[in-house]
Design a protein around this ligand. Structure first.
Ligand code: AHR
Length: 607
């Protein structure tokens, strides 16, 4: 294959093209990217019980609803101590299938109630080994009339595995025959950009390495609710995810586990700010599984969207702008993109979407004419017959590799005034129909072919995001995911698709360039772009034979070649990365000959 890249012509490429879609699925939020690592700390969700708690010593634990920590956190942990008890006793929290014990400094917060003056010990301990990795004493003086708040920090050694727990111990002799109550225990390893209540630094940094441009949040289906009969009341409610965490009730999330909502609206926006991402904020539009709110019944929820936007965008003289300032953020957030719902082509959403979208669009546009609105489907049968100018439409693809390849030219002849957002995509099924649990090179290569098609059309394809982005390996309900972790140090593992995303996102031009070739597309696919004096050529070989590709770009002489390959059905597994990007230096006099292995993805960057 010989490709000759023209240095002129072509289209401007959307600067947002490659980004991240995030919702709390697979414990990607709680237990994943959010920094707090203790589970069930607020007894939230449908059936919290004593999940993740264990007694340490001869004490009895119970969930105590008669001692709520706040009107939002309606239970606390009661630790009852028998008469005559002596020694240090208390309770353990086993986190999200273990507590990550890293060589790091931890911040630790908790509330307690009950008569106790003396030492509390907080520790990180191997659950089976009893090895103590960190131990910290603090002196407290608590009483039985109200909860008092304590915080401390300590350094830890690293554990070899994730089988660890956090413990809180007190002098049982001081409490014998009585009890103490504890609430909202929180433990944070270092956070990204040192944010209070922030993201886990290691997990967020792994994402930041992709250099994504946008964050679509908070769903996905987790914006909605799948709980029968409670769909409206159990939706993601922005106003219950703001302010002090002690005032956030949490909810039973859409993916079968409680969400603490400690990762709330402001935290998402700090995430965007700290990672340099453009927020794409999805708002609830009356659509949940099994229940649709439309017509005048939707009016209060439209008002709620306007309140949310005032919270995000209003200055401090507005009631919700003032609330944002009270919560610590004076400046409005730079939100420019609002998605109306999620997948309204599905589950009874389609019939009423045109009217619901119009109702919400009209209300938002009247007050915020500069916001870009995104319809949650491209399906014209669900959309208003005429969409207002500038509206984007979102399409999602979970496909076989062959289907992704067949979608390569989907946008070539698309109307240039109808912007596209591919808000979710992933190769989830093999060509034989088998489920793909771990992304493999065939699927990742097909995603690369598809992405080349997106990039070639990135004048009109404004943004695209693989989904889901993250999983806790032990707690996943959806696969494949872009990357994952468990509780053991060093567990962060990128899938083969993670490396494709990273290669494509970190090698971006500002304009797409015309390419002439001596052959048509397939099995080799390509796209060329330029930024400043650097030329990029992205390549994918969706075929079982190696290919030789010669790339000609006049006036270039050197650069690098990134290559991802390793076998059609080879995957990366937790703790076992066999395929990652290999980078080599290249030089040539305007011509570069590349050996593209079978099922390979390559990026040439030269100047
Ligand atoms: O990415 C997983 C789910 O797939 C999303 O929540 C939903 O939008 C889609 O159906």
């Amino acid at each position: 294959v010989t490709l000759t890249v023209s240095k002129t012509g072509g289209n401007a490429s959307s600067p947002l093209l490659y980004g991240v879609m995030f919702e709390d699925i697979n414990n990607s939020g709680d237990g994943g990217i959010h920094g707090q690592v203790l589970k069930n700390n607020g007894f939230q969700g449908d059936n919290p019980g004593l999940t993740a708690y264990a007694a340490v010593g001869n004490v009895t634990l119970s969930q105590d609803t008669s001692n709520p920590l706040s009107s939002a956190i309606t239970s606390s942990l009661k630790v009852s101590v028998p008469s005559g008890a002596t020694g240090f006793m208390g309770f353990a929290n086993t986190g999200y299938n273990g507590v990550p014990v890293l060589k790091a400094t931890y911040a630790n917060y908790f509330w307690m109630k009950g008569t106790y003056s003396g030492v509390i010990t907080v520790r990180l301990v191997g659950s089976e080994s009893d090895i103590v990795y960190a131990s910290q004493n603090i002196t407290v003086n608590s009483n039985s009339s109200a909860f008092s708040y304590y915080e401390t920090s300590f350094s830890s050694a690293e554990s070899p595995d994730g089988n660890n727990e956090w413990q809180l111990l007190f002098d049982a002799a001081e409490v014998a025959g009585s009890s103490l109550n504890f609430g909202l225990v929180q433990l944070f390893p270092p956070t990204y950009n040192d944010r209070y209540n922030g993201l886990r630094d290691d997990v967020a940094s792994f994402m930041a390495d992709i250099q994504p441009s946008f964050l679509r949040f908070p769903g996905g289906n987790n914006l909605l609710s799948s709980r029968e009969g409670a769909s409206t009341s159990n939706r993601w409610k922005w106003n219950e995810t703001i302010g002090p965490v002690v005032d956030r009730p949490g909810r039973e999330g859409d993916w079968g586990y409680p969400n603490t909502d400690a990762l709330g609206l402001d935290e998402y926006l700090y995430w965007c700010e700290d990672m340099g991402l453009t927020p794409i904020l999805a708002v609830w539009d009356g659509h949940s599984f099994g229940e649709i709110v439309s017509g005048s019944d939707l009016d209060p929820y439209v008002d709620d969207i306007l309140d949310e936007l005032e919270y995000v965008l209003g200055d401090v003289s507005t009631p919700y702008g003032a609330l944002r300032a009270k919560n610590g953020r004076t400046d409005p957030w730079p939100v420019k993109y609002i998605e109306v719902g999620n997948e309204d082509n599905l589950s009874e959403g389609c019939d009423t979407y045109a009217s619901r979208f119009t109702q919400i669009y009209d209300a938002i546009h009247a007050q915020y004419p500069n916001l870009t609105l995104i319809a949650s489907t491209t399906d014209s049968s669900c959309l208003p017959s005429t969409l207002p100018p500038g509206v984007w439409t979102d399409i999602h693809y979970y496909e076989t590799p062959d289907e992704f390849v067949s979608l390569f030219n989907e946008w070539d002849n698309w109307s240039r005034d109808r912007p596209i957002f591919v808000g979710e995509y992933a190769s989830t099924t093999g060509n034989d129909g088998s489920t793909t649990y771990w992304s493999n090179m065939q699927g990742s290569c097909s995603e690369a072919v598809y992405m080349i098609g997106l990039e070639r059309n990135s004048d009109i394809v404004k943004a695209a995001s693989f989904a889901p982005v993250l999983e806790h390996f032990d707690l996943a309900e959806w696969s494949p995911d872009l990357y994952g972790l468990d509780s053991s140090p060093g567990s962060l593992t990128g899938s083969t698709s993670y490396y494709v995303q990273k290669m494509f996102s970190t090698n971006r031009g500002t304009a797409i360039l015309p390419v002439t070739s001596d052959t048509g597309f397939g099995p080799v696919y390509w796209v060329a772009s330029v930024a400043g004096s650097t030329y990029y050529v992205k390549l994918a070989n969706y075929g079982s034979s190696a290919e030789t590709v010669t790339v000609e770009i006049e006036g270039t002489s050197s650069g690098k070649l990134e290559m991802l390959s390793g076998g059609e059905f080879i995957s990366n597994y937790p703790h076992n990365v066999s395929i990652s990007t290999q980078t080599s230096d290249v030089s040539g006099s305007g011509s570069f000959t590349i050996s593209l292995p079978a099922w390979a993805v390559g990026v040439l960057a030269v100047s």
